[in-house]
Design a protein around this ligand. Sequence first.
Ligand SMILES: NC(=O)c1ccc[n+]([C@@H]2O[C@H](COP(=O)([O-])OP(=O)(O)OC[C@H]3O[C@@H](n4cnc5c(N)ncnc54)[C@H](OP(=O)(O)O)[C@@H]3O)[C@@H](O)[C@H]2O)c1
Length: 229
Amino acid sequence: MPPREMATGQHGRVRELMGAVVVVVGATGGLGAAVTDELRRRGATVLGAGRGGPDIVCDLRDGGAGDAVVRGALGTEGRLDGVVNAAGVVAFGALADTDPVVVEELFLTNTMGPMWLARSVVPALAETRGFFAAITGVVAEQPVAGMVAYGASKAALSSALAGLRREVRRLGVQVIDVRPPHTETGLAGRPLAGVAPRLATGLDPAAVARRLVQAIVDDEQDVPAAAFA
Ligand SMILES: NC(=O)c1ccc[n+]([C@@H]2O[C@H](COP(=O)([O-])OP(=O)(O)OC[C@H]3O[C@@H](n4cnc5c(N)ncnc54)[C@H](OP(=O)(O)O)[C@@H]3O)[C@@H](O)[C@H]2O)c1
């Protein structure tokens, strides 16, 4: 059953997720798994995408990842109603101590990849007046020492999402920038380089996922860190 929109949301519509076909990129990660669970709880059909699949195998650093996402969704489900990018990598350490290859890797995965993904999936999302949600993070709005390249990669994506939102508004495509604070997924323990500073206990991934999915349903465009307080 195709999803419906009802004309009463915060910004004019409420999105019905029952029957919606959503691809979660980074579905094997802490936040991606929690978002997948929450979308399924609300009745969506979720396809997990990423280097390890499970449903669509793609690497965000490859410009063809978005085409693989569209092919996978249309090929198996016949439609694409939404894409959530929950993939990303982190690195720690002073910029002067960070290898240029690490900086490049951060921007490839966190900035260029999601932008390539977005440009490839927008035409399919325009067909369904769908949504593109990406998790940038609190660092996109509050730069911190020791995470300069990571923060810059996220701030750049945040800027791209704000511009894209304006470009695709007339197509009816919802673009959401989600900027959660530190969350207990284990990401900080898997850096490309460096060592994480001591961090206070982070948010519960399930709570972050509920807030993200609520933003999709309520037709929100921007979920700043303060929205997770
Ligand atoms: N955890 C936090 O405190 C926090 C806070 C704010 C924002 N965020 C952001 O939220 C997103 C998810 O973070 P998380 O905490 O859930 O991290 P995570 O548990 O490490 O998950 C990261 C996911 O990204 C995927 N991935 C990495 N590189 C990829 C690539 N080149 N192509 C496709 N998939 C790739 C990983 O899959 P494979 O490695 O299996 O391919 C994994 O599924 C990231 O963008 C992160 O920056 C996290």
